[in-house]
Ligand binder design. Structure first.
Ligand SMILES: Cc1ncc(COP(=O)(O)O)c(C=O)c1O
Length: 273
């Protein structure tokens, strides 16, 4: 809730002056939040953008309700993963065709691990941050169980030494750029370089905007079942393949990216994005 500024009028005045001078202040109106609430959580669930309820209403009532099955073509539902992915790609510094808006974060993490492990066949180890967001650890464990891989829990601080010793056995390292509990920012560039030097790939989840090419998956704060934006660097785009996939979006795929394909779109959440 808003702090009681009654006892500190000079702070309230200063805050009001800063707000008045803030070029971003008007953006507050683009979000719906309960009156009086200061909401800073962008991790599990961001604030509701005001444009989302009418967009979802349109998807449900007009596109689903009126156009029915024709919507796959007439409202371009087939192309939604790439259309939405490219729109997000512009925000996060990705080239067209590199970002796919898919199903839930969990499914896309699984997809990204599968794509990475396939590119590093014969390497039996999946290195995971023990402090990773629980979903990411559960998915890594499920993926490893299903594919006969071994999960090694290694903290980001210990990762370079681990990779120097056993990196030749590591297929992929799954790490968050930020410890979600403490806010500690890990050195993405150094850890990516250490993994690459060992011939391993890195799955960063989530990824801050514009951090250069890593072997990464992206998640944006949206609504429930908002979908992960899966991004692979250009040099791997032609080879990375998703396990859980749907039909390609004709004409939307960049040459060289023709095997990075969204799963059947989660139409309502894509409409919301
Ligand atoms: C960092 C991170 N990873 C994974 C998830 C799981 O997302 P989903 O429920 O869409 O699979 C969340 C959800 O908040 C998250 O914050």
């Amino acid at each position: 809730m808003l702090p009681d500024t009654g006892r500190y009028p000079e702070l309230a005045e200063r805050a009001a002056a800063l707000d008045a001078a803030d070029p971003l202040a008007g953006l507050r109106d683009r979000f719906l939040l309960p009156t009086g609430l200061v909401y800073l959580d962008g991790n599990s669930l961001g604030a509701l953008p005001a444009a989302v309820p009418p967009a979802i209403e349109d998807v449900v009532r007009q596109q689903w309700g009126n156009s029915l099955i024709r919507s796959w073509n007439s409202h371009a539902w087939w192309q939604a993963p790439l259309r939405v992915g490219d729109a997000i790609g512009r925000l996060i510094g990705a080239a067209p065709g590199q970002t796919v808006a898919g199903d839930s974060t969990s499914i896309q993490i699984f997809n990204a691990l599968a794509a990475a492990a396939r590119l590093r066949r014969g390497r039996p180890v999946l290195a995971v941050d023990p402090g990773h967001f629980p979903t990411d650890r559960y998915i890594a464990a499920s993926f490893a169980r299903a594919h006969g891989l071994e999960v090694r829990e290694v903290t980001p601080a210990a990762l370079p030494a681990f990779l120097a010793g056993e990196g030749g056995r590591v297929a992929v390292a799954a790490y968050p750029p930020v410890d979600y509990r403490t806010g500690e920012l890990h050195d993405m560039a150094a850890l990516t370089a250490a993994a690459h030097a060992a011939g391993a790939l890195v799955l960063w989840e989530p990824v801050p905007r514009r951090r250069g090419a890593a072997d990464r998956a992206r998640r944006a704060a949206g609504g429930p079942r908002r979908g992960l934006r899966l991004q692979v660097p250009e040099r791997r785009a032609g080879r990375a393949r998703l396990s859980l996939r749907g039909p390609a979006a004709p004409g939307r795929l960049r040459p060289g990216a023709d095997r990075v394909d969204g799963a059947r779109p989660a139409v309502r959440s894509h409409g919301g994005v």
